[in-house]
Design a protein around this ligand. Structure first.
Ligand SMILES: *[C@@H]1O[C@H](CO)[C@@H](O)[C@H](O)[C@H]1NC(C)=O
Ligand SMILES: *[C@@H]1O[C@H](CO)[C@@H](O)[C@H](O)[C@H]1NC(C)=O
Ligand SMILES: *[C@@H]1O[C@H](CO)[C@@H](O)[C@H](O)[C@H]1NC(C)=O
Length: 480
């Protein structure tokens, strides 16, 4: 199963590479010309003894093609759980804004992801994995910004941080933790409340369900019915029928296999809801435009569940069968950890600081009952990583329950995004601004503008640009 992971990682890499080349096309006015660089980064910012003066190479992408040298602001993307190129290629709003506001653009890769592995291939051993914390990642960004400003003669340039999803959480935390370095933050689709254990554990899958129901109210019943049918077959131990219906590579043979299949199916719906963009995309896999709408789930067929499976796991059209355990890996994040090394890192984060005890229950949502309680999380994490999660830490450390003394943060969220209601939906003060995008999926506002953009995201981006321009102007005035 380990070999499979490796195989998939290579395959994903090849595919991503293909997309990179395919997506670049002829250089247009706004095709950013990023240079890939490495920064000698401190391995352990907080313990002067454990690793002495050890360093690692942290990857970042930079372009100064729009920069008013020495005067324009710095737009800094706080990289999240994956290869930094993937974020750079799906966050065109930042470069579009940089072109207008004369900014230097930097995308920094999060430690333990992509190529920024502090201990190379040993990074996911115990105890080497221990330096993977939110605090270390933020300190990396703070040190990198400080050093690069010196190197580039940009000491006077205000820094605005940007991030989507977990990256958006990091942007919020950067502004809170290092207000001396960061002037303001645009946090898109950042579930800072739900990941701090605040809110309702049923909310996430309830909102995934709501997305599908919104387009076809009958969808809920047919999906519930289909899962029920699968359940009945499993109870009858009719495993061959299940194998052929779902094109599985191996015949399932245990309740564990069925549980894995249900997890894989639920994950397909989750991905479609998150990536419900108004045009086809190549972010976390390939998706057609409006995947939720495209998929007609109102048919009375029992095996409509195969369609989301195909759309999410077989978007390349290359699979002859589905391997339950290599396409989807169950982990400490019930919304999925992805595959390869990046999935190990995210799993570890979900086992330590980031809380995601989300459950489905077939009552408030359309999925089979699958719990993930704090107790289940503890058991899993102790077995997998030898750690006990510390519920409440993220809330204590980054003010989840009371952000009122923070400032200069935009919290943007799309109503189609199941993560949205785990974030800030109402402005908390004149400088803690919530922007809601009724027709938006997962951080749609960070993507480059597109002819198919709904009006609501155009309005949101305009508002974001204005606020950011004001922050930059005020900071310049203060420092002059
Ligand atoms: C770490 O510090 C020690 C003592 O100052 C020095 O001898 C050594 O070369 C340093 N190692 C690295 C990797 O910089
Ligand atoms: C994957 O997609 C291709 C092309 O549509 C199809 O021929 C193939 O049967 C699909 N694989 C599975 C396992 O359904
Ligand atoms: C889901 O709930 C419905 C009733 O609303 C029930 O008929 C069905 O058996 C349940 N499905 C599962 C998988 O538990």
């Amino acid at each position: 199963h380990n070999n499979y992971s490796l195989y998939f990682q290579i395959l994903t890499k090849l595919l991503t590479k293909g997309f990179q080349i395919g997506l670049r096309g002829p250089p247009g006015d706004l095709a950013p010309d990023f240079k890939e660089k490495y920064f000698k980064q401190v391995s352990d910012h907080f313990n002067y003894n454990s690793l002495g003066n050890g360093t690692y190479d942290q990857r970042y992408l930079i372009t100064d093609q729009y920069w008013k040298k020495g005067n324009g602001p710095i737009f800094f993307y706080t990289g999240n759980e994956g290869d930094i190129w993937e974020f750079a290629q799906n966050t065109g709003f930042i470069t579009e804004l940089a072109a207008v506001q004369g900014a230097l653009v930097i995308f920094a890769e999060h430690r333990y992801y992509g190529k920024s592995l502090p201990f190379g291939k040993d990074s996911f051993n115990i105890p080497e994995v221990g330096l993977l914390t939110v605090e270390q990642a933020l300190a990396d960004y703070a040190v990198m910004i400080t050093e690069l400003k010196k190197e580039l003669g940009a000491q006077k340039c205000p820094v605005i941080v940007f991030g989507g999803s977990y990256g958006g959480m990091l942007s919020v935390y950067m502004r809170i933790r290092y207000p001396n370095i960061v002037t303001g933050a645009l946090a898109a689709s950042a579930p800072i409340l739900s990941t701090a254990g605040l809110g309702d554990s049923r909310q996430f899958f309830q909102d995934v369900t709501a997305d599908f129901e919104k387009f076809k109210p009958a969808c809920r019943d047919s999906v519930q019915g289909a899962f029920q049918k699968l359940n009945t077959l499993a109870q009858q131990k009719d495993y061959r029928r299940i194998q052929s219906a779902f094109s599985l590579c191996k015949t399932p043979s245990t309740p564990k296999d069925i549980h894995q299949l249900m997890g894989l199916l639920r994950n397909a719906f989750t991905m479609m809801a998150m990536l419900d963009y108004p045009y086809s995309t190549h972010f976390m896999g390939s998706m057609p435009a409006f995947p939720v709408k495209v998929l007609d789930l109102s048919l009375a067929s029992a095996f409509i569940l195969c369609r989301p499976t195909g759309m999410v796991y077989n978007s390349t059209g290359q699979l002859t069968c589905y391997d339950l355990y290599s396409l989807y890996v169950e982990c400490a994040d019930p919304t999925g950890c992805g595959l390869g090394f990046d999935s190990y890192a995210w799993d570890y984060q979900a086992c330590t600081e980031i809380e995601m005890c989300y459950e489905s229950n077939n009552v408030t949502d359309m999925f089979p009952p699958m719990t993930f309680t704090e107790q289940q999380r503890e058991q899993y994490c102790s077995k997998r990583w030898g750690v006990a999660p510390r519920p409440g830490w993220l809330k204590t450390q980054y003010w989840g329950d009371d952000l009122s003394t923070a400032s200069n943060i935009i919290f943007s969220n799309g109503d189609l995004d199941p993560w949205a209601n785990g974030g800030i939906r109402k402005s908390l003060s004149p400088s803690l601004i919530a922007i809601n995008i009724p027709e938006g999926a997962h951080h749609l506002d960070l993507r480059e503008s597109n002819p198919n953009d709904p009006e609501s995201v155009i309005v949101a981006r305009k508002k974001e640009s204005e606020i950011i321009a004001q922050w930059v102007k005020a900071a310049m005035k203060e420092s002059s």
